[in-house]
Design a protein around this ligand. Structure first.
Ligand SMILES: Nc1ncnc2c1ncn2[C@@H]1O[C@H](COP(=O)(O)OP(=O)(O)OP(=O)(O)O)[C@@H](O)[C@H]1O
Length: 339
């Protein structure tokens, strides 16, 4: 929950926008004539240089699709149908495929969801970490092995891991190797999609601490995606809460924790596991997220929300400022503290 001092210094010293996303819409369409899945449906946000932005929300709300859109690595069914992605002042949302390769790894890199299982089983770990260096030719061929050893050291892995095959590594080691690969070309933005899922609790903490340390050293901006608000709150300067393809609240981590102004955020916070509370008293959010092929026309959370009125089902609440760097999309934001 605490904003690191170094990050604060970096933000105030540069205070420069690294990424700015405007009205982004990314849809999936299985076949021609099929109703598209509106996975990302009008999202606006910014990340400053060196800042960590956390993106949180239940499974299926469009978080991974947003990350994949930014790095332009959507599966064939996915398409950016509208909006703008500006990275370092340059529009990259509509870049032709031939130019997208210049951005991936070098400017923006991503630790994909399930990255531990994404390594090629028949190639050594070192050869795979070397791949981005080869694509971008950032390090002469003769020096790549040494650079891989250096990257492994940065993620606390022994240099001989380079000679090993993925199956010889534990889940935590593979996740660290995925991080080494992601930082190989020193990107300005690192997207980490569920970086701790499927890892045990101690390894989860190690991975999060490592990301924070590397960010302090290399000064990249970070978008951390997770369904687990507790996991990313500590790491993030600001958090965006996503629901049904849209951002419904965005605020500095501490503000979001102390004074959420969207009922969905309030419920997410209440559902965090509190070790002092017996498991049968942990709150869960009743109901299911909307079908993104046919989302409701008003507020997408209305049917699960105790504060909802006829206004909420009739009109979509816009994301509007409610405080310093704090925006929410709720007509009843002043009643959220009563929940
Ligand atoms: N390749 C695809 N083809 C069709 N629909 C897809 C595809 N990938 C994702 N979707 C749909 O897009 C919506 C958003 O999915 P997305 O994976 O972005 O959500 P998420 O919040 O990252 O959830 P999770 O953490 O479970 O991946 C979901 O309805 C999902 O079923």
């Amino acid at each position: 929950m605490s904003t690191s001092k170094q990050t604060q210094d970096r933000r105030s010293s540069t205070d420069e926008t690294l990424l700015s996303v405007h009205d982004l819409r990314t849809y999936y369409q299985e076949g021609e004539g099929d109703v598209p899945v509106r996975a990302v449906d009008g999202v606006d946000f910014e990340i400053a240089r060196g800042e960590t932005y956390g993106l949180v929300g239940e499974s299926g709300c469009g978080k991974s699709t947003l990350g994949l859109s930014l790095i332009r690595a959507l599966p064939p069914q996915g398409d950016i149908v509208d909006g703008e992605i500006r990275f370092d002042g340059r529009e990259i949302g509509q870049l032709p495929k031939s130019e997208v390769k210049d951005v991936q790894w070098a400017d923006i890199s991503m630790i994909y969801q399930g990255a531990q299982n994404a390594f090629n089983p028949v190639k050594t770990v070192g050869k795979q970490i070397e791949e981005p260096l080869r694509i971008h030719d950032t390090v002469p061929e003769g020096e790549r092995e040494a650079r891989v050893a250096e990257l492994l050291e940065m993620v606390n892995l022994q240099p001989d891991v380079a000679e090993q095959y993925p199956h010889e590594l534990s889940g935590g080691m593979k996740q660290r190797a995925a991080i080494a690969m992601a930082i190989a070309c020193e990107p300005d933005l690192l997207i980490a999609d569920e970086p701790t899922t499927a890892l045990d609790v101690i390894v989860q903490a190690e991975v999060l601490n490592m990301l924070q340390r590397l960010q302090d050293e290399l000064e990249f901006g970070m978008l951390v995606i997770s369904h687990n608000l507790a996991a990313i709150m500590k790491l993030s300067d600001r958090i965006g809460v996503m629901y049904g393809g849209k951002l419904v609240e965005t605020a500095p981590s501490e503000t979001l924790y102390e004074a959420p102004r969207h009922p969905y955020t309030a419920r997410l916070l209440q559902s965090l596991i509190d070790p002092r509370r017996p498991p049968d008293q942990v709150e869960t959010i009743e109901g299911t997220p909307p079908d993104l092929r046919d989302p409701p026309s008003g507020c997408r959370f209305a049917e699960r929300c105790e504060l909802a009125t006829s206004e909420c089902t009739a009109t979509e609440p816009p994301l509007e400022p409610v405080g310093k760097e704090h925006e929410t999309a709720c007509f009843h934001h002043d009643k959220v503290s009563e929940l």
